[in-house]
Design a protein around this ligand. Structure first.
Ligand code: NZQ
Ligand code: ZN
Length: 401
């Protein structure tokens, strides 16, 4: 196991009816901006529940900013940042999924980047863009934020990262800062019952791939991280099928919700090599073709595993044995590995997710522009060995046709 530090300050408040805890969790004198997405929080009544909890005590002043898109848009987020300054907001409350939480984290980081000559404290689009290009490194202040999670998927509720999309520039870029760990996140599994099936399955797949990107590299004898990762994968396989068969089952929803959070709160990634190749190629697919985040991952992951099966051999065999119970000693290593990858594809297919570019109605002609964008975004040394250059990414995509 490699050396590591693990720090995660996020208070998790889990369970049915817990939104009322906002009255205790948000400072009583705060000037709060509630951020939300395209309308589901209003339709489902979650927004009203949040506002009621905030008005239950104290002297909070509450403002709202809706319309944060799935794959949150830079230009929309900058409008929210202007609103922060206009109303002297000192607490952001994100109500939604990864897009709203990520977007709010970005707002928290860039709202102090005002134009030098601005009378209205308008945030400088250029400074904010430069910050995103550098992954928001070296920012030393941010507004406090909390989250009410409505879709289990990204882990954003318990981590310090985010991803912002800039459609005009065809760029979807990650950032990270210790300043944007949420102060708290409320996880009420009943909120997930209103999700369309497509979003439920996206969430299961995103969490699955998060575990894989931290687990499927090479062994460093990290027994806690490996066993924990294998358990999370098995739970997602089991509960993915269960939620499809019985979407109303709250026990299943609870397990999916907590698993997705645990999949990307940093714990299983401590002291182990990681490989985020699937995500980095996936981001380009979203920004060029507007494919849902999770669906880009299910297209790319099987080909990543096949293309890199030699350098990942030991972990692929461990994955086959411990996650898919492929224990037939008569099989040669290549067959065991291929069987595990086919099981993975079948799992995604059963959830209704694409496993090839063709499944997403794309052809080989999609590959060149993706490679160009990977180059433009300096994604040229991906993987646990930093050896996945553009030629490797091209071969991965050719396998995914
Ligand atoms: O916008 P509204 O109307 O709210 O609808 C949303 C959206 O259309 C809907 N939804 C959410 N909760 C609902 C609901 N509909 C009905 N009932 C509910 N309870 O679901 C749709 C998808 O929401 P979104 O927030 O986009 O989904 P998700 O949580 O999958 O987030 C995806 C974003 O997170 C980023 C992705 O790149 C993508 O931009 N990621 C963030 C990560 C992180 N911060 O660590 C890691 C991930 O790898 C990922 O990259
Ligand atoms: Zn993801």
């Amino acid at each position: 196991m490699n050396n590591f530090q693990y720090y995660n300050p996020v208070r998790i408040v889990f369970g049915e009816g817990q939104i009322k805890q906002l009255s205790e969790l948000v400072p009583t004198e705060a000037r709060v901006l509630i951020t939300y997405g395209g309308g589901s929080a209003q339709r489902t009544g979650t927004l009203d529940e949040v506002k009621n909890a905030l008005s239950a005590n104290g002297n909070r002043e509450v403002f709202e900013f809706g319309g944060i898109e799935a794959n949150p848009e830079f230009t929309t987020l900058l409008k929210a940042a202007d609103m922060v300054n206009e109303h002297n907001i000192d607490f952001l409350l994100a109500v939604g999924g990864g897009s709203v939480i990520d977007g709010s984290k970005f707002v928290a980081l860039v709202s102090s980047f005002t134009e030098d000559d601005s009378k209205n404290n308008t945030v400088s689009r250029e400074k904010a863009w430069d910050a995103l290009l550098s992954g928001c490194a070296n920012i030393d202040t941010a507004i406090d934020l909390g989250a009410v999670l409505t879709i289990p998927a990204t882990g954003s509720e318990m981590n310090n990262g985010g991803v912002v999309n800039h459609s005009e520039r065809q760029a979807k870029l990650p950032f990270r800062s210790p300043l944007v760990f949420p102060k708290f996140s409320i996880l009420d599994p009943t909120k997930t019952l209103t999700l369309p099936e497509r979003q439920v399955m996206n969430g299961v797949a995103d969490a699955f791939v998060h575990v894989m990107e931290q687990y499927l590299t090479y062994p460093v004898n990290a027994k806690v991280q490996d066993a924990f990762s294998e358990s999370l994968l098995k739970i997602l396989i089991e509960e993915g099928a269960a939620v499809k068969a019985d979407p109303e089952n709250l026990e299943t929803r609870k397990n999916i919700m907590w698993t997705a959070t645990m999949a990307l709160n940093g714990l299983i990634g401590t002291g182990v090599p990681q490989d985020w190749t699937t995500h980095m190629i996936g981001h380009e697919l979203t920004s060029l073709h507007a494919i849902d985040h999770a669906r880009t991952l299910t297209i790319v992951l099987p080909s990543v595993l096949r293309e890199l099966k030699d350098s990942k051999k030991d972990k692929l065999l461990q994955y086959a044995r411990n996650v898919w119970n492929i224990a037939d000693t008569d099989l040669d290593d290549d067959t065991i590995i291929e069987t595990a990858i086919v099981h993975t594809e079948n799992f995604f297919r059963e959830l209704g997710l694409p496993v090839s570019l063709e499944d997403a109605e794309l052809t080989e002609s999609a590959i060149d522009p993706i490679i160009k964008q990977l180059e433009a975004h300096k994604m040229v040394k991906l993987g646990e060995h930093g050896k996945n250059d553009l030629a490797v990414s091209r071969r991965i995509l050719e396998r995914a046709v």
